[in-house]
Design a protein around this ligand. Structure first.
Ligand code: GDP
Length: 474
C-alpha cells in the first residue's frame, strides 16, 4: 500500500447498530471528506478546527444520503499521524457502505486490514509492540488479556527492552574504543569486566524472557484435555470449568463420544479445554472413534487432567487387576507421561469412595510422578485446588499483570531469546580471550535482535504480516 495515498475504511463492525464510523487518513483526507460531508454551520470542513465535532449532511452523487458528525484531526495530532477525518453516520449496513463509496468516488483508496495502525507505526506514533498491543486489545476476551494488551503494558515491555539495549550499546562503545586504539589491548581485568557485564545483561534478558510463560498462558492459552475411564466424572469437571451445563452429564457410560472444547479463563490462564470420550475397550464403532479422538486430544494437549473414579473397582480390561495396576494401565493407554505434557490426576467421588482406595490410587500416581487432587466434583469439592494447580503451573505468581513487563507475543519472545544467546556468546568469547571485534560482533547481533523486538529495525515483510492480522478499519 502506497503511504502517500489517502485511504478510507469503515472502522466499526459491519452490522446494524446505532452509529458507524468511517475513517479517512492521508494528506488529502480533509479535501476528500469535504466533497462528501457538508457542515450545517455553513463553515466548510476544510476550515474545521482540530478535533472539533461538527454536525452536517452526507452527500453521494449530489444527493443527501444521511446526516452525521465529522471530526477533523490534523497531522501529526491524529491516530495515524496524518490528516484524519472520522465521519459518524447512522449505523445501517447499506448507508455506511454508501458513505464509504462516496469517499472512494471523491478520491480515497480502500484501506487494507490494519492500514491505519500500520501508518501510526510508520509515522512513529506507536512502537511496533504498542501497535501489536492495539491488535491484542481488539481480540482480548478476558480481563487478564486486556491487562496485557494495555498501552501501559506495551510501554513497560518497550522500556525494559530499550533499557537492556542501551547497556549493550554502551558495552559495544567501550569495546570499540579498544579497537580504535590498537595499543590499548583489552587487559585481563577488562575482559573480566566485559564478561561480568555480559552475564548481568544475559540474566536480565533471561528473566524478561521467563515472563513469556505467563504472557503466553494468558494470551494464547493452554490446550487442556480431560480424560479418563467412562463415568469417572469428566463431564462434571468440564461443566465446572465452563461454569454452565455445557456437556451432557449422565450415568450411562460412553455418553461423551466426541471431543467438546470450550475456552475458559482460570484465574487469567486461558484454557482451551476439551472433554473427551471415556477410554475403554469397545466394540461400538462410534465409541471406538471417540476413544481414538480422546487419545489424540491427550497427546496434543499441554495439560492432561485424568479423572479417576475412586469408587470404581473394575476399570481396566483385566478384571483381576488391582487398583494400582489399573491406574498404571490407564496412564499407559493415555501416554500421559509423553512429550512436555503436564498431568494432573483428579481422584473423584471421594464422597462415596473407601478411604483406603483413595490412598492406594494416590500412591500409584505418586509412583508415576503424577500430582493428584482429591475431589468430589459433584459437590464442586476439589475444584479450587485444581484451578490453583493450573495457575501455579502455568503462571509466575510473583508477576503482576498490571505492574510488570510481561512478554505476551511470540515474535518478541523469539527476538529476546536470540539477544540472550548473543550476549551469552559475547561473554564467553571475552572470557576465552578472543579479540574484541568478535565480542563486538556478538553484541551487535544481540542489539539488532532487541531493535527488532521493539520494532525499530524490522523488515517490511514482518510489518505487513503483523498488520495483515488486524481487521479492516483499524
Ligand atoms: P464422564 O462419563 O466421565 O464424563 O462422567 P460424568 O461427569 O458424566 O459423571 C458420571 C456419573 O458420576 C454421573 O452420574 C455423575 O453425577 C456422577 N459423579 C460425578 N462426580 C461425582 C462425585 O464427585 N461423586 C459422586 N458420588 N458421583 C459423581
Amino acid at each position: 500500500m502506497d503511504i502517500n495515498e489517502t485511504v478510507a475504511a469503515i472502522s466499526t463492525p459491519h452490522g446494524t447498530g446505532g452509529i458507524s464510523v468511517i475513517r479517512v487518513s492521508g494528506e488529502d483526507a480533509v479535501n476528500i471528506a469535504s466533497r462528501v460531508f457538508v457542515p450545517a454551520s455553513g463553515k466548510p470542513l476544510l476550515a474545521s478546527e482540530h478535533a472539533r465535532a461538527g454536525y452536517g449532511k452526507i452527500y453521494s452523487r449530489g444527493k443527501v444520503i444521511d446526516d452525521g458528525i465529522a471530526v477533523v484531526f490534523y497531522a501529526p495530532r491524529s491516530y495515524t499521524g496524518e490528516n484524519v477525518v472520522e465521519i459518524s453516520c447512522h449505523g445501517g449496513i447499506l448507508v455506511t457502505n454508501r458513505v464509504l463509496e462516496a469517499l472512494f468516488s471523491a478520491g480515497a483508496a480502500p484501506a487494507p486490514a490494519g492500514e491505519f495502525t500500520r501508518r501510526a507505526f510508520l509515522s512513529g506514533k506507536l512502537t511496533l509492540s504498542e501497535a501489536e498491543a492495539v491488535g491484542d486489545r481488539l481480540y482480548a476476551r478476558t480481563d487478564a488479556q486486556l491487562s496485557l494488551a494495555s498501552p501501559e503494558a506495551a510501554g513497560r515491555v518497550s522500556r525494559a527492552v530499550s533499557g537492556i539495549a542501551e547497556r549493550i550499546m554502551s558495552l559495544i562503545s567501550s569495546l570499540s574504543a579498544v579497537i580504535d586504539y590498537p595499543d590499548e589491548e583489552l587487559t585481563e581485568t577488562g575482559r573480566e569486566d566485559v564478561s561480568a557485564e555480559c552475564e548481568k545483561i544475559g540474566a536480565a534478558l533471561t528473566s524478561l524472557l521467563a515472563t513469556y510463560d505467563t504472557g503466553r498462558a494468558v494470551t494464547l492459552g493452554i490446550d487442556a484435555a480431560i480424560v479418563g475411564r467412562p463415568n469417572a466424572g469428566k463431564s462434571t469437571l468440564f461443566n465446572l470449568f465452563a461454569g454452565c451445563e455445557r456437556a451432557i452429564v449422565t450415568n450411562i457410560a460412553g455418553t461423551t463420544r466426541d471431543v467438546i472444547t470450550e475456552d475458559v479463563s482460570v484465574d487469567g490462564v486461558m484454557l482451551h479445554i476439551s472433554d473427551t470420550a471415556g477410554v475403554r475397550g469397545t466394540d461400538d464403532e462410534i465409541e471406538a472413534l471417540g476413544v481414538r479422538r480422546a487419545r489424540a486430544a491427550a497427546a496434543g494437549a499441554e495439560l492432561v487432567i485424568i479423572v479417576i473414579d475412586a469408587t470404581d473397582t473394575n476399570t481396566s480390561a483385566d478384571v483381576s487387576a488391582d487398583v494400582s495396576t489399573d491406574i498404571s494401565v490407564l496412564l499407559d493407554e493415555l501416554d500421559v507421561a509423553g512429550g512436555d505434557r503436564t498431568a494432573l490426576a483428579v481422584i473423584n467421588k471421594t464422597d462415596e469412595a473407601e478411604p483406603y482406595r483413595v490412598e492406594k490410587i494416590k500412591k500409584a500416581l505418586d509412583l508415576r510422578g503424577i500430582s493428584s487432587v482429591e475431589a468430589s466434583l459433584l459437590r464442586g469439592e476439589g475444584f479450587d485446588e485444581i484451578k490453583r494447580f493450573i495457575k501455579e503451573r502455568f503462571t509466575d505468581g510473583e508477576l503482576s499483570l498490571s505492574e510488570d513487563a510481561i512478554i505476551s507475543n511470540a515474535r518478541i519472545s523469539a527476538e529476546i531469546s536470540a539477544a540472550a544467546d548473543g550476549v551469552i556468546s559475547a561473554g564467553r568469547a571475552s572470557s576465552a580471550g578472543m579479540p574484541a571485534d568478535i565480542v563486538i560482533t556478538e553484541l551487535e547481533g544481540a542489539y539488532g535482535a532487541l531493535m527488532r523486538a521493539d520494532g525499530r529495525e524490522v523488515t517490511t515483510a514482518v510489518v505487513d504480516e503483523i498488520f495483515g492480522k488486524f481487521c479492516v478499519g483499524k
